[in-house]
Write a protein of this length. Structure first.
Length: 143
């Protein structure tokens, strides 16, 4: 019984971690799509960025940022903080910033990447998803 219990326990925790990373990846991809939709519907630039971009600091993992006319400064009262898994074990492994234009395109903010990886922070990175964003169409793809 003890052997079966140890095998089942290790499998269960692996499944829970996998689901957590997948859930966080889906949330992040959904927020990218939300920013794109808001940009095209409101004819206003929106960005999704990590802390440090536009001088934003705090405990959030990333921000959805409406930009003031001209697209260079954030509309600070309307910035939305977004956090991944509460345990802090899911993380975005690179700094990024994507600005969505009202014409449906996306551009990098400050030359940062549009390929973002979310992983469980483990050395093996075996529970990892990559979110790719097509700059021309703003299409979000999860690998």
């Amino acid at each position: 019984m003890g052997i079966l219990l140890s095998i089942a326990t290790s499998s269960w925790f692996g499944l829970v971690d996998s689901r957590r990373v997948t859930s966080d990846t889906n949330q992040f991809a959904s927020d990218l799509r939300l920013a794109h939709t808001k940009s095209t519907n409101q004819l206003k630039d929106y960005a999704v960025v990590t802390p440090g971009t536009y001088g934003l600091t705090g405990s959030a993992d990333y921000y959805i940022v409406p930009l003031l006319p001209g697209g260079l400064l954030p509309d600070l009262p309307n910035v939305r903080e977004r956090s991944l898994d509460d345990s802090g074990r899911t993380e975005i492994d690179t700094a990024f910033g994507v600005k969505f234009e009202p014409d449906g395109s996306a551009t990098n903010v400050a030359g940062l990447t549009t390929t973002i990886s979310l992983d469980d922070g483990g050395a093996a990175n075996d529970l990892m998803h990559t979110v790719d964003l097509n700059p021309a169409t703003s299409r979000v793809k999860i690998d």
